[in-house]
Design a protein around this ligand. Sequence first.
Ligand code: ATP
Ligand code: MG
Length: 509
Amino acid sequence: MVTAPMRVLLVEDDRDYAAMLVAELDAAVVEVQMVGSVAAARAELSRGQFDAVLLDLGLPDSNGLATFETLHASVPETPMVILTGNTDDGLAALAMQRGAQDYLVKGEADASVLVRALRYARERSAFRQSMLDRESHFRALVEHSYDAVTLLGPDFRILYDSRSIESLCGYTPEERVGKAVEHRLHPDDVAPVTGRLSELVQTSTPVSFSYRFQHRDGGWRWGEAVATDHLRDANIRAIVINHRDVSERKEAEEALQRSQEQLRQAQKMEAIGRLAGGVAHDFNNVLTAIFGYTDLLIDQFAIDDPRRSDVAEIRRSAERAAALTRQLLAFSRKQVMQPRLLNLNEVIRNVERLLQRLVGDDIVLQLDLARDLVAIRADPGQLEQVLMNLVANARDAMPDGGQLTLSTRNERAETAADTRPGLAPAVYAVLSVADTGTGVPVGLREHVFEPFFTTKEQGKGTGLGLATVYGIVKQTGGGVYLESEEGQGTTVLVYLPQAPGSSAISDSL
Ligand SMILES: Nc1ncnc2c1ncn2[C@@H]1O[C@H](COP(=O)(O)OP(=O)(O)OP(=O)(O)O)[C@@H](O)[C@H]1O
Ligand SMILES: [Mg+2]
């Protein structure tokens, strides 16, 4: 294999020594060019490509280590071998530290030593260059990757952040380096995250985790990270974390879960409604027969016959049963409606005195009714029933008295996201019934609209009040929602859609 000779720049002001050296070197192996000063060497180096520089330190325009440093600074990538008369070991060590490839003493190095030194110098420098290239290649990969890369020390402090951290959290690497990993982490996530990292350090098995962090803009985001332990890796000595913003995905997942829960709830109410409707319907047929036969029977007894009052008692019981089935039918939305265009405030005022009597003296009833409420289309009798049921519940939740506020307002939902579950975007007249009573515990809230769900003692409640409200409101095209904090009262919100084609009916008062 024929290789091109190595191109060497010999910087030496002693012409005789230089000529002797060149004569000793095999021209097929080393092709030498000679200059006698630092200035000439710089000029030469800027013009041509040299594989190595053979450098004397004592030159007319420069002396000692400065000679090397000046030239090395101008062409840092070209390997330099120092060839000097100075045998000072300290100087040799210093020159090597500053980046000289070798330090040879004149007279001690023959041609073969020189050639070997030059060759090694070239190889070492090429290797170093390829390492630098690779490092900058990987650095560029890290810097430009979409994921942010963070390095942590054993104390979980940030040693390094890639540039992409700024688009992730709004802070620059300079602002973050030196801070603890908790920086801008959600308080609730600090313990889980440091726990996972401690686990990583103990087991050296990569860990992944999600966490919330605060962006510079103040908003909270979701992050997802994979951490690997390189603390014992001599080249890295850090915990390496790859992380990214997954807020959009998290939000989509949460929205999906919410809508699935709402769908399940709606389906359950639908199924219970069908069941209740079916039972009530068949039960009504039975009751019709009971009414028919009791009416026939009663006529067969004389007015003073004691059995006559027994039969009347049977009829009264059947009437109570019929009242129950009517409520069930209301829940299953099978009640006959007589809807008309009306203003919700008007319905409230009509029963205000009745409601006042219902709540008694210990409860302060307050009305807060909006002007220009949109018109709705509903059965006023049914809406009165809704009010009575809600007010009765509020009263029962405040046995020692309290405050009950009935209010109305308009609410406009432009998109499905603006509005409550199960409601279409529209304009609604909203009734709010708020009490300062016991509240409803968390686990019970999703059951309150089910028929026969009651927490009241036997004989006090049938559990049909809210089921009836639910049925009536649904039949009117609206929705009903219960908000409650245990011990802090309850608010029931009834949404009734604006009647199609109507404008606000101004209050009659
Ligand atoms: N304002 C409220 N404050 C606290 N709990 C309430 C309130 N409204 C409803 N609840 C809870 O919801 C349950 C169901 O209410 P619902 O009106 O359907 O039945 P009920 O009041 O128990 O019986 P009834 O059929 O006589 O109305 C109640 O038993 C109570 O536990
Ligand atoms: Mg009730």
